[in-house]
Ligand binder design. Sequence first.
Ligand code: GLA
Length: 407
Amino acid sequence: MIEPTPARMAAVSAPSGASELLPELVRAWQQRFGRRDAPRVFFAPGRVNLMGAHLDYNGGPVMPVAVDRGTFVALGPRGDGRLRLASRIEPGECEIDLALAAHSARSGAWFDYPLGVALALCARRPRAVGLDVLFGGNLPIGGGLSSSASICVGTSLAFERAWGIELSSLERIEVALWAEREFVGVKCGIMDPTSIALARRGRLLWLDCRDRSFEHVALDDARIAIGVADSGVRRELARGDFNLRVEQCRAAFEQLRRYVPGATCLRDVPAGVLASHAAELEPVVARRALHVVSEVERTFAARDALARGELAAFGELMVRTHASLRDAYEVSLPELDCLSETACALDGVYGARLTGAGFGGCVVVLLHPRASAALAPALEAEFARRFGRVPRVTIYASSDGPRELEL
Ligand code: GLA
Protein backbone atom coordinates (compact mmCIF):
# COMPACT_ATOMS: atom_id res chain seq x y z
CA MET A 1 0.00 0.00 0.00
CA ILE A 2 1.24 3.49 -0.80
CA GLU A 3 1.43 5.60 2.34
CA PRO A 4 -0.64 8.79 2.06
CA THR A 5 1.77 11.70 1.67
CA PRO A 6 1.10 14.96 3.52
CA ALA A 7 0.16 16.61 0.21
CA ARG A 8 -2.52 14.01 -0.52
CA MET A 9 -3.86 14.21 3.01
CA ALA A 10 -4.04 18.03 3.02
CA ALA A 11 -7.79 18.15 2.66
CA VAL A 12 -8.39 16.00 5.74
CA SER A 13 -5.81 17.38 8.16
CA ALA A 14 -6.56 21.07 8.70
CA PRO A 15 -4.44 22.53 11.48
CA SER A 16 -6.22 23.20 14.75
CA GLY A 17 -7.95 26.60 14.76
CA ALA A 18 -7.72 26.96 10.97
CA SER A 19 -11.44 27.53 10.49
CA GLU A 20 -11.27 30.83 12.44
CA LEU A 21 -7.67 31.77 11.75
CA LEU A 22 -7.76 31.39 7.99
CA PRO A 23 -10.60 33.82 7.14
CA GLU A 24 -9.20 36.33 9.66
CA LEU A 25 -5.77 36.10 8.08
CA VAL A 26 -7.17 36.55 4.57
CA ARG A 27 -9.13 39.64 5.66
CA ALA A 28 -6.14 41.07 7.49
CA TRP A 29 -3.92 40.46 4.43
CA GLN A 30 -6.37 42.30 2.17
CA GLN A 31 -6.62 45.19 4.62
CA ARG A 32 -2.94 45.46 5.33
CA PHE A 33 -1.93 45.51 1.67
CA GLY A 34 -5.07 47.19 0.29
CA ARG A 35 -5.89 44.29 -2.01
CA ARG A 36 -9.12 42.69 -3.16
CA ASP A 37 -7.76 39.40 -4.50
CA ALA A 38 -7.32 36.34 -2.27
CA PRO A 39 -3.86 35.31 -1.08
CA ARG A 40 -2.49 31.78 -1.16
CA VAL A 41 -2.06 30.45 2.39
CA PHE A 42 0.53 27.95 3.61
CA PHE A 43 0.95 26.25 6.97
CA ALA A 44 3.95 24.78 8.79
CA PRO A 45 3.59 23.07 12.19
CA GLY A 46 5.60 23.55 15.36
CA ARG A 47 7.07 20.62 17.29
CA VAL A 48 7.67 19.20 20.73
CA ASN A 49 10.69 17.04 21.44
CA LEU A 50 9.97 14.02 23.62
CA MET A 51 13.55 12.82 24.10
CA GLY A 52 17.04 13.78 22.95
CA ALA A 53 17.36 17.21 24.61
CA HIS A 54 20.24 19.29 23.24
CA LEU A 55 21.53 16.31 21.31
CA ASP A 56 21.07 17.48 17.72
CA TYR A 57 24.14 19.71 17.66
CA ASN A 58 26.07 16.92 19.41
CA GLY A 59 25.26 14.38 16.71
CA GLY A 60 22.86 12.40 18.90
CA PRO A 61 19.38 10.94 18.36
CA VAL A 62 16.18 12.98 18.94
CA MET A 63 12.46 12.13 19.08
CA PRO A 64 10.37 15.14 18.01
CA VAL A 65 6.67 15.18 17.12
CA ALA A 66 5.14 17.94 14.96
CA VAL A 67 2.02 19.52 16.47
CA ASP A 68 -1.17 20.78 14.85
CA ARG A 69 -0.46 24.46 15.57
CA GLY A 70 2.06 26.55 13.79
CA THR A 71 2.71 29.35 11.33
CA PHE A 72 0.30 30.50 8.63
CA VAL A 73 1.76 32.40 5.67
CA ALA A 74 -0.57 34.40 3.39
CA LEU A 75 0.95 35.82 0.23
CA GLY A 76 0.19 37.28 -3.17
CA PRO A 77 2.44 38.56 -5.99
CA ARG A 78 3.28 42.24 -6.63
CA GLY A 79 4.40 43.72 -9.89
CA ASP A 80 7.19 45.96 -8.58
CA GLY A 81 9.76 43.43 -7.35
CA ARG A 82 9.37 44.44 -3.70
CA LEU A 83 9.03 42.02 -0.81
CA ARG A 84 6.81 43.22 2.04
CA LEU A 85 6.70 41.23 5.28
CA ALA A 86 4.14 41.89 8.04
CA SER A 87 2.84 39.86 10.97
CA ARG A 88 -0.41 39.61 12.91
CA ILE A 89 1.56 38.49 15.94
CA GLU A 90 4.67 40.61 16.18
CA PRO A 91 5.30 44.33 15.74
CA GLY A 92 7.48 45.72 12.96
CA GLU A 93 7.36 45.35 9.18
CA CYS A 94 9.96 45.03 6.50
CA GLU A 95 10.07 46.06 2.85
CA ILE A 96 12.95 45.39 0.48
CA ASP A 97 13.67 45.52 -3.21
CA LEU A 98 14.32 41.88 -4.16
CA ALA A 99 16.88 42.93 -6.76
CA LEU A 100 18.99 44.25 -3.86
CA ALA A 101 18.13 41.42 -1.46
CA ALA A 102 21.74 40.28 -1.17
CA HIS A 103 22.57 43.56 0.63
CA SER A 104 20.02 42.99 3.43
CA ALA A 105 21.37 42.74 6.96
CA ARG A 106 19.70 41.26 10.00
CA SER A 107 17.92 43.74 12.24
CA GLY A 108 17.08 41.72 15.36
CA ALA A 109 13.34 41.79 14.52
CA TRP A 110 11.06 38.79 13.90
CA PHE A 111 11.24 39.27 10.12
CA ASP A 112 14.93 38.30 10.07
CA TYR A 113 13.70 34.69 9.79
CA PRO A 114 11.60 35.04 6.60
CA LEU A 115 14.10 37.54 5.22
CA GLY A 116 16.89 35.00 5.69
CA VAL A 117 14.79 32.43 3.83
CA ALA A 118 14.12 34.92 1.01
CA LEU A 119 17.86 35.57 0.68
CA ALA A 120 18.66 31.86 0.55
CA LEU A 121 16.02 31.32 -2.15
CA CYS A 122 16.97 34.44 -4.15
CA ALA A 123 20.39 32.91 -4.57
CA ARG A 124 18.60 30.21 -6.61
CA ARG A 125 16.07 32.47 -8.34
CA PRO A 126 17.68 35.89 -8.77
CA ARG A 127 14.66 37.42 -10.60
CA ALA A 128 11.93 36.56 -8.10
CA VAL A 129 8.60 38.43 -8.31
CA GLY A 130 7.62 40.78 -5.50
CA LEU A 131 5.32 39.52 -2.74
CA ASP A 132 2.94 40.86 -0.11
CA VAL A 133 3.29 38.50 2.85
CA LEU A 134 1.36 38.39 6.11
CA PHE A 135 2.23 35.90 8.85
CA GLY A 136 -0.14 34.58 11.48
CA GLY A 137 -0.26 31.55 13.69
CA ASN A 138 -1.25 29.88 16.92
CA LEU A 139 2.00 28.61 18.35
CA PRO A 140 3.56 30.20 21.45
CA ILE A 141 6.39 32.38 20.11
CA GLY A 142 9.85 31.73 21.52
CA GLY A 143 8.42 29.08 23.85
CA GLY A 144 10.42 26.02 22.83
CA LEU A 145 7.90 24.72 20.27
CA SER A 146 10.12 25.73 17.40
CA SER A 147 8.23 28.79 16.24
CA SER A 148 11.38 29.94 14.45
CA ALA A 149 11.85 26.77 12.38
CA SER A 150 8.11 26.75 11.74
CA ILE A 151 8.27 30.24 10.21
CA CYS A 152 11.41 29.38 8.23
CA VAL A 153 10.08 26.12 6.78
CA GLY A 154 6.62 27.61 6.10
CA THR A 155 8.16 30.66 4.42
CA SER A 156 10.40 28.50 2.30
CA LEU A 157 7.52 26.38 1.01
CA ALA A 158 5.35 29.48 0.35
CA PHE A 159 8.11 31.40 -1.48
CA GLU A 160 9.18 28.32 -3.46
CA ARG A 161 5.63 27.96 -4.74
CA ALA A 162 5.30 31.68 -5.46
CA TRP A 163 8.64 31.76 -7.29
CA GLY A 164 8.35 28.46 -9.13
CA ILE A 165 11.28 26.83 -7.33
CA GLU A 166 11.19 23.06 -6.82
CA LEU A 167 12.94 22.02 -3.61
CA SER A 168 12.95 18.63 -1.95
CA SER A 169 12.16 18.50 1.77
CA LEU A 170 15.86 18.04 2.47
CA GLU A 171 16.77 21.14 0.47
CA ARG A 172 14.02 23.06 2.28
CA ILE A 173 15.59 22.04 5.59
CA GLU A 174 18.92 23.46 4.38
CA VAL A 175 17.28 26.77 3.45
CA ALA A 176 15.66 27.02 6.89
CA LEU A 177 18.95 26.15 8.61
CA TRP A 178 20.86 28.71 6.59
CA ALA A 179 18.35 31.40 7.54
CA GLU A 180 18.53 30.59 11.23
CA ARG A 181 22.23 29.86 11.56
CA GLU A 182 23.86 32.20 9.07
CA PHE A 183 21.40 35.09 8.86
CA VAL A 184 19.79 35.19 12.31
CA GLY A 185 22.89 33.81 14.06
CA VAL A 186 21.56 31.01 16.28
CA LYS A 187 23.85 27.99 16.18
CA CYS A 188 20.92 25.58 16.22
CA GLY A 189 21.05 21.93 15.23
CA ILE A 190 19.06 20.15 12.52
CA MET A 191 16.21 18.84 14.67
CA ASP A 192 13.67 21.64 14.35
CA PRO A 193 13.44 22.21 10.59
CA THR A 194 13.85 18.48 9.97
CA SER A 195 11.05 17.46 12.31
CA ILE A 196 8.76 20.08 10.73
CA ALA A 197 9.65 19.48 7.09
CA LEU A 198 9.34 15.68 7.39
CA ALA A 199 6.39 15.58 9.81
CA ARG A 200 3.65 12.97 9.55
CA ARG A 201 0.48 12.89 11.53
CA GLY A 202 0.35 10.08 14.08
CA ARG A 203 4.14 9.62 14.04
CA LEU A 204 7.17 10.86 15.85
CA LEU A 205 10.42 11.31 13.97
CA TRP A 206 13.36 9.22 15.14
CA LEU A 207 16.24 11.28 13.77
CA ASP A 208 19.87 10.37 14.14
CA CYS A 209 21.64 13.71 13.89
CA ARG A 210 25.06 12.15 13.25
CA ASP A 211 24.20 10.76 9.82
CA ARG A 212 20.74 12.34 9.41
CA SER A 213 19.04 8.98 8.99
CA PHE A 214 15.44 8.97 10.15
CA GLU A 215 12.41 6.80 10.67
CA HIS A 216 8.77 7.64 11.35
CA VAL A 217 7.56 5.81 14.46
CA ALA A 218 3.82 5.33 15.06
CA LEU A 219 2.31 6.83 18.23
CA ASP A 220 -0.60 4.94 19.71
CA ASP A 221 -3.42 7.52 19.84
CA ALA A 222 -5.50 5.35 22.13
CA ARG A 223 -2.80 5.47 24.82
CA ILE A 224 -0.90 8.69 24.13
CA ALA A 225 -1.86 12.34 24.36
CA ILE A 226 0.55 15.28 24.28
CA GLY A 227 0.02 18.17 26.65
CA VAL A 228 1.98 21.41 26.61
CA ALA A 229 2.15 23.86 29.49
CA ASP A 230 3.56 27.30 28.71
CA SER A 231 5.27 28.89 31.70
CA GLY A 232 4.94 32.29 30.01
CA VAL A 233 8.61 33.00 30.81
CA ARG A 234 10.71 34.31 27.91
CA ARG A 235 14.35 35.20 28.47
CA GLU A 236 15.87 37.91 26.31
CA LEU A 237 19.33 36.41 26.57
CA ALA A 238 18.28 32.86 25.70
CA ARG A 239 19.99 33.03 22.30
CA GLY A 240 23.36 33.79 23.87
CA ASP A 241 22.84 31.10 26.53
CA PHE A 242 22.03 28.59 23.81
CA ASN A 243 25.12 29.45 21.75
CA LEU A 244 27.19 29.17 24.94
CA ARG A 245 25.93 25.59 25.49
CA VAL A 246 26.93 24.76 21.91
CA GLU A 247 30.42 26.13 22.59
CA GLN A 248 30.77 24.24 25.89
CA CYS A 249 29.85 20.97 24.17
CA ARG A 250 32.38 21.67 21.46
CA ALA A 251 35.03 22.31 24.12
CA ALA A 252 34.14 19.01 25.85
CA PHE A 253 34.44 17.11 22.59
CA GLU A 254 37.78 18.70 21.71
CA GLN A 255 39.19 17.51 25.06
CA LEU A 256 37.67 14.03 25.02
CA ARG A 257 38.02 13.02 21.37
CA ARG A 258 41.65 11.92 21.89
CA TYR A 259 40.38 9.05 24.09
CA VAL A 260 37.86 7.80 21.49
CA PRO A 261 39.53 7.00 18.18
CA GLY A 262 37.27 7.83 15.23
CA ALA A 263 34.82 9.94 17.28
CA THR A 264 33.19 12.70 15.22
CA CYS A 265 30.97 14.33 17.85
CA LEU A 266 30.25 14.31 21.59
CA ARG A 267 27.60 11.64 21.05
CA ASP A 268 30.43 9.20 20.27
CA VAL A 269 31.98 9.59 23.71
CA PRO A 270 30.96 6.68 26.00
CA ALA A 271 29.87 7.42 29.57
CA GLY A 272 32.88 5.48 30.91
CA VAL A 273 35.36 7.68 29.02
CA LEU A 274 33.72 10.82 30.37
CA ALA A 275 33.77 9.40 33.89
CA SER A 276 37.51 8.64 33.64
CA HIS A 277 38.44 12.04 32.24
CA ALA A 278 35.83 14.43 33.66
CA ALA A 279 38.40 15.90 36.06
CA GLU A 280 40.43 17.16 33.08
CA LEU A 281 37.52 19.36 31.98
CA GLU A 282 36.41 22.65 33.45
CA PRO A 283 33.65 21.73 35.93
CA VAL A 284 30.94 23.52 33.94
CA VAL A 285 32.05 21.83 30.71
CA ALA A 286 32.06 18.45 32.47
CA ARG A 287 28.47 19.01 33.61
CA ARG A 288 27.36 19.83 30.05
CA ALA A 289 29.09 16.71 28.75
CA LEU A 290 27.47 14.61 31.46
CA HIS A 291 24.04 15.70 30.29
CA VAL A 292 24.82 14.92 26.65
CA VAL A 293 26.41 11.54 27.26
CA SER A 294 23.65 10.39 29.61
CA GLU A 295 20.91 11.79 27.35
CA VAL A 296 22.20 9.68 24.47
CA GLU A 297 21.74 6.56 26.63
CA ARG A 298 18.29 7.68 27.81
CA THR A 299 17.14 8.40 24.28
CA PHE A 300 18.09 4.95 22.99
CA ALA A 301 16.40 3.44 26.04
CA ALA A 302 13.28 5.51 25.29
CA ARG A 303 13.15 4.21 21.73
CA ASP A 304 13.27 0.64 23.07
CA ALA A 305 10.59 1.39 25.67
CA LEU A 306 8.31 2.85 23.00
CA ALA A 307 8.84 -0.15 20.74
CA ARG A 308 7.78 -2.42 23.62
CA GLY A 309 4.77 -0.20 24.37
CA GLU A 310 6.15 0.57 27.84
CA LEU A 311 4.95 4.13 28.20
CA ALA A 312 5.56 4.34 31.93
CA ALA A 313 9.23 3.52 31.30
CA PHE A 314 9.33 6.11 28.51
CA GLY A 315 7.84 8.72 30.84
CA GLU A 316 10.33 7.88 33.59
CA LEU A 317 13.15 8.62 31.12
CA MET A 318 11.55 12.00 30.32
CA VAL A 319 11.57 12.79 34.03
CA ARG A 320 15.26 11.90 34.26
CA THR A 321 15.93 14.09 31.23
CA HIS A 322 14.26 17.02 32.95
CA ALA A 323 16.42 16.48 36.04
CA SER A 324 19.56 16.40 33.90
CA LEU A 325 18.52 19.59 32.06
CA ARG A 326 17.96 21.22 35.44
CA ASP A 327 21.07 20.04 37.28
CA ALA A 328 23.75 19.33 34.65
CA TYR A 329 22.77 21.45 31.64
CA GLU A 330 21.30 24.24 33.79
CA VAL A 331 18.62 25.37 31.35
CA SER A 332 15.54 24.91 33.56
CA LEU A 333 13.77 27.43 35.78
CA PRO A 334 11.62 27.02 38.93
CA GLU A 335 8.50 27.63 36.77
CA LEU A 336 9.39 24.72 34.46
CA ASP A 337 10.30 22.45 37.39
CA CYS A 338 6.95 23.23 39.01
CA LEU A 339 4.98 22.39 35.85
CA SER A 340 6.90 19.21 35.24
CA GLU A 341 6.69 17.95 38.85
CA THR A 342 3.02 18.83 39.21
CA ALA A 343 2.14 17.06 35.96
CA CYS A 344 4.07 13.93 36.94
CA ALA A 345 2.15 13.62 40.22
CA LEU A 346 -1.14 13.20 38.30
CA ASP A 347 -2.78 9.89 37.59
CA GLY A 348 -2.35 8.89 33.95
CA VAL A 349 0.72 11.09 33.31
CA TYR A 350 3.69 9.06 32.05
CA GLY A 351 6.27 11.84 32.21
CA ALA A 352 7.06 15.49 31.56
CA ARG A 353 10.08 17.62 30.75
CA LEU A 354 10.94 21.04 29.44
CA THR A 355 10.95 21.09 25.66
CA GLY A 356 13.13 23.11 23.30
CA ALA A 357 16.22 24.92 24.45
CA GLY A 358 14.91 25.83 27.93
CA PHE A 359 15.57 29.12 29.81
CA GLY A 360 11.76 29.51 29.91
CA GLY A 361 9.08 28.37 27.51
CA CYS A 362 7.10 25.15 27.71
CA VAL A 363 6.94 21.77 29.37
CA VAL A 364 5.76 18.78 27.31
CA VAL A 365 3.63 16.21 29.12
CA LEU A 366 3.13 12.66 27.85
CA LEU A 367 -0.12 11.29 29.22
CA HIS A 368 -2.96 8.86 28.74
CA PRO A 369 -5.85 10.57 26.88
CA ARG A 370 -8.16 9.91 29.83
CA ALA A 371 -5.94 12.15 31.98
CA SER A 372 -6.17 15.09 29.54
CA ALA A 373 -9.11 16.86 31.19
CA ALA A 374 -7.44 16.93 34.62
CA LEU A 375 -4.14 18.35 33.39
CA ALA A 376 -4.98 22.04 32.96
CA PRO A 377 -6.84 22.52 36.27
CA ALA A 378 -4.09 20.81 38.25
CA LEU A 379 -1.25 22.75 36.63
CA GLU A 380 -3.12 26.05 36.80
CA ALA A 381 -3.89 25.68 40.51
CA GLU A 382 -0.37 24.77 41.61
CA PHE A 383 1.36 27.26 39.31
CA ALA A 384 -0.96 30.08 40.43
CA ARG A 385 -0.30 29.21 44.07
CA ARG A 386 3.47 29.46 43.53
CA PHE A 387 3.84 32.16 40.91
CA GLY A 388 0.61 34.15 41.09
CA ARG A 389 -0.44 33.66 37.48
CA VAL A 390 -1.90 30.97 35.28
CA PRO A 391 0.06 28.98 32.68
CA ARG A 392 -1.51 28.19 29.33
CA VAL A 393 -2.12 24.44 29.08
CA THR A 394 -3.07 22.82 25.75
CA ILE A 395 -3.52 19.29 24.45
CA TYR A 396 -1.98 19.01 20.97
CA ALA A 397 -2.56 16.51 18.20
CA SER A 398 0.31 15.46 15.97
CA SER A 399 0.53 17.01 12.51
CA ASP A 400 1.54 16.53 8.92
CA GLY A 401 4.32 18.66 7.48
CA PRO A 402 4.16 22.01 5.68
CA ARG A 403 1.48 22.41 3.03
CA GLU A 404 -0.74 24.83 1.16
CA LEU A 405 -4.19 25.20 2.72
CA GLU A 406 -7.45 25.31 0.80
CA LEU A 407 -9.33 28.55 1.41
C1 GLA B 1 16.49 24.56 20.21
C2 GLA B 1 17.35 24.36 18.97
C3 GLA B 1 17.37 22.90 18.55
C4 GLA B 1 17.74 21.99 19.73
C5 GLA B 1 16.90 22.32 20.95
C6 GLA B 1 17.34 21.59 22.20
O1 GLA B 1 15.16 24.29 19.92
O2 GLA B 1 16.84 25.14 17.90
O3 GLA B 1 18.25 22.73 17.46
O4 GLA B 1 19.10 22.09 19.99
O5 GLA B 1 16.93 23.71 21.25
O6 GLA B 1 17.13 20.21 22.08
